[in-house]
Design a protein around this ligand. Structure first.
Ligand code: ADP
Length: 341
């Protein structure tokens, strides 16, 4: 079986291609699993033969489908493609489950700081006269921290929703990595005080081609995690270099000497809301959205992210980002001085 066929079969949606007259030409494995109709059976027949409702379908509609008397519904999307139609079928219970998992995790994450804010405000309202001033200030600080935590969470959720709806926009420009790192470390200065920072940027690094806010967020998330998941007084290193094996990309690593990540979990840490169930992780504040956002931002800038980690020895997250083009595209002046695109 071809490489392409394997990929199409591995998609989590049913994928079907029909020729102009509605005859099935392609039917992937997921579609066969969902419907119980094999590709061999389906091909060469009209798609409406299998799912009559598709005849007057508006895109993004759900259609019922009966399999051996058991009804399920699919969210169907269709697009004209090269003279035929490309159909995707997503089982609705799957969509509902992903959606409701997300909503319940978000609600839980929002409730924790809100409960704490409400508790401290109630105490202050009820008995501030009996409380010494330093105690009152301590409570107000906790309230402020929890409100900051809520703000961060809401900002993360907003970015996640932009990523998922494909509305993340970048404004890439030439950036000097050393300047960006300075700003990131400045913003994290309160948190870096208990670690030894080791900055190792190769000389003559080319400029990187990225959106400034996005790049700052990527590096902030990685350095913040390195600090969060490693003991005090250990080294957190930031390195950047050009790897001759990866032309056109700048390599940037954040290395820590922390708790590390068991191999079995390495893939999962980039998923939404995935946090390792270890005592140190539980102790540290976090939503499990940071690495999902980081990976999405890196990819939106045309880069990749990789992780290497050994339990209790530490982790290295490496980001590969495109370098800025040598000659920027711009209007070319003709001999008569007119600009051409
Ligand atoms: P969180 O908000 O929990 O930090 P992230 O998405 O940034 O969420 O990270 C997901 C999980 O991956 C963390 O909860 C932690 O268990 C693990 N992790 C991330 N970075 C590191 C690191 N540098 N060292 C060890 N574990 C890490």
């Amino acid at each position: 079986m071809s490489f392409e066929q394997n990929i199409l079969d591995a998609l989590p949606w049913g994928l079907v291609y029909t020729a102009q007259d509605g005859i099935v030409v392609f039917w992937n494995k997921t579609m066969a699993d969902l419907t119980g109709i094999s590709a061999r059976q389906a091909k060469g027949k009209l798609i409406y033969h299998w799912i009559a409702e598709l005849k007057d379908l508006a895109s993004n509609t759900s259609v019922p489908f009966s399999r051996e008397g058991y009804w399920q519904s699919f969210m169907v999307n269709c697009q004209d493609h090269e003279g035929g139609t490309l159909w995707t079928f997503t089982p609705e219970d799957h969509l509902d489950r992903v959606q409701s998992d997300f909503v319940s995790t978000v609600s839980h994450e929002l409730r924790t700081p809100l409960t704490s804010i409400k508790g401290f405000v109630d105490t202050l309202l009820r008995s501030r006269r009996q409380l010494p001033e330093d105690q009152q200030i301590r409570f107000l600080r906790i309230i402020k921290n929890q409100a900051d935590r809520l703000t961060r969470l809401v900002e993360d959720i907003l970015i996640v929703s932009k990523i998922q709806s494909g509305q993340l926009r970048n404004a890439p420009q030439r950036l000097d990595l050393a300047d960006v790192i300075d700003r990131v470390l400045e913003n994290l200065s309160q948190k870096t005080a208990h670690h030894q920072l080791d900055l190792n940027l190769n000389e003559d690094l080319p400029a990187v081609w990225a959106d400034q806010d996005r790049l700052e967020q990527i590096l902030t998330n990685l350095v913040d995690n390195a600090l969060k998941y490693s003991p005090k007084n250990t080294v957190v290193a930031l390195k950047a270099w050009m790897d001759p094996k990866i032309p056109g990309k700048l390599s940037i690593s954040v290395v820590d000497q922390g708790i590390g990540i068991p191999e079995a979990f390495l893939e999962q840490i980039f998923n939404r809301f995935n946090r390792l169930d270890t005592p140190l992780t539980r102790e540290r504040e976090g939503t499990g959205l940071g690495l999902y956002i980081t990976k999405s931002l890196v990819e939106s800038l045309g880069g990749q992210i990789a992780v290497e980690s050994r339990e209790s020895l530490g982790s290295t997250f490496t980001v590969y980002l495109p370098t800025a083009p040598d000659i920027l595209p711009g209007p070319i002046q003709s001999e008569r001085g007119e600009a051409h695109a």
